[in-house]
Ligand binder design. Structure first.
Ligand code: SF4
Length: 491
């Protein structure tokens, strides 16, 4: 799709937004007005308008209305004015592109990854009522009614969980960047365990150094509260049982776990889970565990490079239940290569038989760095994506679950969203915190990104992604830990 815009500064936002409608096409900007096929955008103080050109004819024009233009012209602050102009352009593109492409774009002009954050802020900081928020989402952001209802449901739940947080508390993330094999949609930091098993010991040694430092700085979580612990990856359970024991014993010795509200381990791949490992986790007071099938169709598991069977998922789930963890989560991905609506129905029918406490429904996001991206896979249509999501929603309802957190991603299948569902009172605190960004997240391990809140707002502190750097330059990592506590202390 060729685009012309008379002011260059709007190009980036336009490009991002047009991907909602033209997900399969490249968006190219032209230096001169389009005269054959494409879109011309004219930003003007008197009249901003957009033309759709097809076969050398102007087929459609959308124009800003007087009141909107007038209120933008009155804004003195240049940054705010550009922000409002960007929104105005997106609104005009929304009306034009919905008509010419028939894409519904139910998220209106919202393109950010955290739409619920906008709603929580309107609730908490601006004290808006539900009716006022509905009005803003509908008129200003052009969000469809079903997405507005979803956002309000989620934000109300999130607000309840967030209201019990203590100022200055920490959520601790521990990254284990090893997996049994690489899934072809994966863009995370992940090293195949077979090739890297000799480095696990060194890696854990460095992690333990970080944990001991945090234990000292927080007085085992007694002076500075630690609200949740989340061990993710990678696949944490891909390390050997004795290594998992070393890690979880250390955590138990470092912190007063009776003060911690939630302790999750992402077991992820069923081919890494054994009875022995589950017992270690249970004995060390892990409360929430995630077993992630992604799909219950064997042919898809084979295509995406997950080297386990659907039968393994079922038997591991059974073992997890037998151990008696408080909450068990399962992750599913919609839009996996070659999956039909029947495949998705089959997956959810199988999940319902297992009946987990939490269900996280992701829409496939094809990211740079993944094998799938290099294979230029077909993008899921909006219609099929919606149908798949409806299957997921009905299934969650049958399991008595409600949505409790959500986020969106770039290049996400069918312009959908990722939604976490839960049974009553089983919301994952860490998942809400990472989306809403209203508490400190201290992330340790390779690829971890800490977020510290202080008077200057939210600041990110990134660890080295690369395993070698993380191990060999660990003095610099310890410096980052000190930086985290220094910044937090100014709060
Ligand atoms: S299990 Fe997760 S982290 Fe590991 S390769 Fe697959 S998607 Fe990536």
């Amino acid at each position: 799709m060729k685009i012309y815009v008379n002011e260059q500064k709007f190009q980036e936002q336009i490009k991002t937004y047009l991907k909602v409608f033209y997900s399969n096409q490249a968006i190219d900007f032209s230096l001169s007005k389009i005269t054959d096929n494409g879109i011309n955008i004219f930003v003007d103080n008197n009249n901003t308008f957009i033309e759709y050109v097809e076969k050398a004819e102007i087929n459609k024009i959308v124009k800003s209305n007087y009141n909107e233009q007038d209120s933008i012209n009155k804004i003195k602050d240049l940054k705010e004015r550009t922000k409002q102009q960007n929104r105005q352009i997106k609104r005009l593109l929304y009306f034009l592109c919905r008509e010419v492409t028939e894409v519904k774009a139910k998220w209106g002009i919202l393109t950010g990854i955290r739409p619920s954050k906008i709603v929580v802020q309107l609730m908490e900081k601006e004290n808006k009522t539900k009716e006022q928020i509905k009005e803003i989402l509908k008129k200003e952001y052009l969000v469809a009614d079903d997405k507005i209802n979803l956002l309000l449901k989620i934000s109300t739940k999130e607000k309840r969980v967030l209201s019990s947080r203590i100022k200055g508390e920490i959520n601790l993330y521990i990254g284990i960047p090893f997996c049994p094999s690489k899934c072809n949609y994966c863009s995370f930091t992940s090293y195949p365990i077979n090739l890297y098993k000799n480095q696990v010991c060194m890696y854990l040694e460095k992690l333990i150094k970080e944990l001991e430092y945090i234990a000292m700085m927080t007085n085992r979580g007694r002076t500075i509260p630690i609200r949740s612990i989340y061990i993710g990856g990678g696949t944490p359970t891909s390390i050997q049982a004795k290594e998992l024991k070393l890690l979880t014993d250390t955590i138990r010795n470092c912190f007063d776990l009776s003060l911690i509200k939630e302790y999750t381990v992402e077991a992820g791949r069923p081919d890494t889970i054994t009875k022995e490992k589950l017992k270690i986790l249970k004995d060390n007071l892990v409360s929430r565990i995630s077993v992630n099938p992604q799909t219950m169709n064997q042919k898809t598991l084979d295509i995406i490079g997950r080297k386990h069977t659907t039968e393994q998922i079922k038997s591991v789930f059974q073992e997890v239940k037998e151990q008696g963890f408080d909450v068990v989560n399962m992750d599913v991905i919609l839009g996996l290569p070659g999956e039909s609506i029947q495949d998705v129905k089959h997956t959810f029918a199988e999940i319902e038989k297992m009946n987990p406490d939490n269900l996280t429904v992701h829409a496939l996001a094809i990211k740079r760095g993944s094998v799938l991206n290099s294979q230029a896979s077909e993008v899921l249509s909006e219609k099929l994506a919606e149908e798949m999501m409806e299957v997921a929603i009905s299934s969650a309802e049958r399991m008595n679950m409600e949505p409790y957190y959500m986020y969106r991603q770039k290049n996400i299948a069918g312009n959908l969203e990722n939604i976490g569902y839960c049974k009553a009172k089983t919301e994952c605190i860490y998942n809400i915190e990472i989306i809403e960004e209203t508490s400190n997240i201290l992330a340790i391990g390779a690829g971890g990104v800490s977020k510290v809140l202080n008077y200057e707002g939210l600041q990110r502190i990134e660890n080295f992604k690369n395993l070698k750097d993380y191990i060999e330059r660990h003095d610099e990592i310890m410096e980052k830990r000190r930086e985290f506590f220094e910044k937090r202390n100014s709060y």
